[in-house]
Design a protein around this ligand. Structure first.
Ligand code: GAL
Length: 354
């Protein structure tokens, strides 16, 4: 068996990589000039393919491919690997991608504090890396000039979540169930140590306070972005605080939906539910806003992030121009968030976000 075939069967045996175009293992041509590049190869590795937001982001990325191919006349081979929450697995996926001639690799780090192995391997082979969604610290990103980051401004989502919650508290007296003038809240947090968890919680609460809403924290649960874990944590908090909970600040939609599941399982009447806020605007999250189960969410622009990542990957792989890509500090692309409430949710569901 040739070396390439051995590699291919190893990937498929692991069952964690997916080829999105035919001919994944055909070698890519060298990028001498942009006009000469007829085929490029992009490796993508995600921390967990079952994460709702990440899987939708990757769907967007794949959906953009054929347009990019038509627009540029370049065949784009993509392989997507699931690191299944193991940094060691992800490191070896990147190693395989480098050995197999990827021109650029997009990495959704498992552990955002452990990018060193990947950076060192990539630098040795001179292959650029685009980190996305799980932001490494600036010092790491600055370690080599071929490292980039695509994501969003975490604090902005927290501010927007806090603004929507403040507006609801100030416009609807019924949400202050005990009428004490204080918004009693619980938090469902994403992974400990993830930039979006820490920063979203902090800014959501400080924004409520800046809007003159008095708040009291009743409890919190770390639920790792996960709906089932959030249901368990919310069930525990309901047992402890019951009807005292007036607001649930969830760091993402899946966890907000876990809170909904807990309320339904506890058979709490809908009019007695707390205000529940998510972040992401995933398909299920938007539908829950439409149904009034979530009071609102904050749109995490997966289409924009996927599009920016593909454009950046393409330019890097073909030795093209980065000047049109609006890179902050020559390294970062950050897409803005947007508030979504019931009145504008259909626009988002129809893909016509303002
Ligand atoms: C966040 C997103 C979460 C989860 C996480 C994974 O930006 O809001 O739902 O996908 O990234 O890193």
């Amino acid at each position: 068996m040739g070396e390439m075939m051995k590699k291919k069967s190893r990937w498929w045996r692991k069952g964690i990589c997916l080829c999105l175009t035919a001919g994944i293992l055909t070698g890519c041509q060298d990028a001498d000039t942009k006009e000469n590049v007829k085929s490029i190869r992009i490796g993508v590795t995600v921390y967990d393919q079952y994460d709702t937001f990440i899987s939708q982001l990757i769907e967007c990325f794949s959906a953009d491919l054929s347009n990019k191919e038509k627009e540029t006349g370049t065949v784009i081979h993509i392989e997507v690997c699931n690191a299944a929450d193991s940094q060691t697995t992800q490191n070896s996926q990147v190693e395989d991608m480098l050995e197999n001639g990827c021109d650029v690799i997009c990495v959704n780090l498992v552990d955002r504090t452990e990018p060193t192995t990947i950076i060192d391997m990539a630098e040795k082979k001179n292959i650029p890396i685009i980190f996305f969604n799980r932001e490494l610290v600036e010092e790491d990103l600055k370690r080599w000039d071929q490292l980039y980051y695509v994501g969003a401004k975490a604090f902005e989502s927290g501010v927007m979540q806090g603004e929507v919650a403040a507006e609801i508290f100030q416009s609807d007296e019924s949400v202050d169930k005990n009428q004490d003038g204080v918004f009693q809240y619980v938090v469902l947090e994403g992974e400990a140590g993830h930039q979006d968890a820490i920063v979203r919680t902090e800014y959501a609460v400080s924004t409520l306070m800046e809007h003159q809403v008095k708040v009291e924290k009743l409890g919190y649960g770390i639920a790792n972005w996960n709906r089932a874990q959030a249901q368990t944590k919310m069930t525990q908090m309901l047992d402890q605080h019951g009807a005292e909970i007036e607001l649930v600040l969830a760091n993402n939609d899946d966890m907000a939906l876990g809170a909904v599941d807990a309320l339904k399982a506890a058979q709490i009447a809908r009019e007695d539910w707390p205000v529940i806020m998510g972040i992401d605007g995933t398909d299920v999250g938007l539908e829950a806003v439409k149904q009034g189960e979530l009071a609102g969410t904050v749109y995490n622009d997966k289409e924009g992030q996927a599009f920016a990542m593909l454009n950046l990957a393409y330019e890097l792989a073909t030795g093209g121009e980065l000047s049109g890509l609006e890179l902050e500090d020559g390294k970062y692309i950050r897409l803005p968030y947007a508030k979504v409430e019931q009145e504008d949710v259909e626009q988002y569901q129809n893909g016509e976000k303002p």
